[in-house]
Design a protein. Structure first.
Length: 90
């Protein structure tokens, strides 16, 4: 747990992502919607911070349980489902 907390606080992207999870106590689909909106609005800034492709897998989301966040290429993007080549799976 300590490693996870240190990792979260050391990475601006994960700090941003974690704040989304904490500030929005809602279903996984709604969280994915917020993340997608954030990447769409601030993608180029997030690419500078992220530098990787992240695959999120949320166990309670049913059929819509995966979101791939590309913060490595272009202005950033998101894809529902499996990503092409994620660098990190959470």
């Amino acid at each position: 747990q300590a490693f996870f907390i240190v990792f979260i606080t050391a990475s601006p992207f994960f700090a941003w992502l974690w704040s989304k999870f904490l500030s929005f106590k809602m279903a996984s689909k709604a969280i994915f919607d917020k993340i997608e909106a954030g990447v769409k609005a601030k993608g180029s800034d997030l690419v500078k911070m992220g530098g990787a492709v992240f695959q999120l897998v949320i166990s309670d989301a049913g059929d819509d349980n995966k979101l791939c966040i590309d913060l490595k290429n272009g202005n950033g993007s998101t894809t529902r489902g499996d990503g092409a080549k994620p660098d990190v799976t959470i």
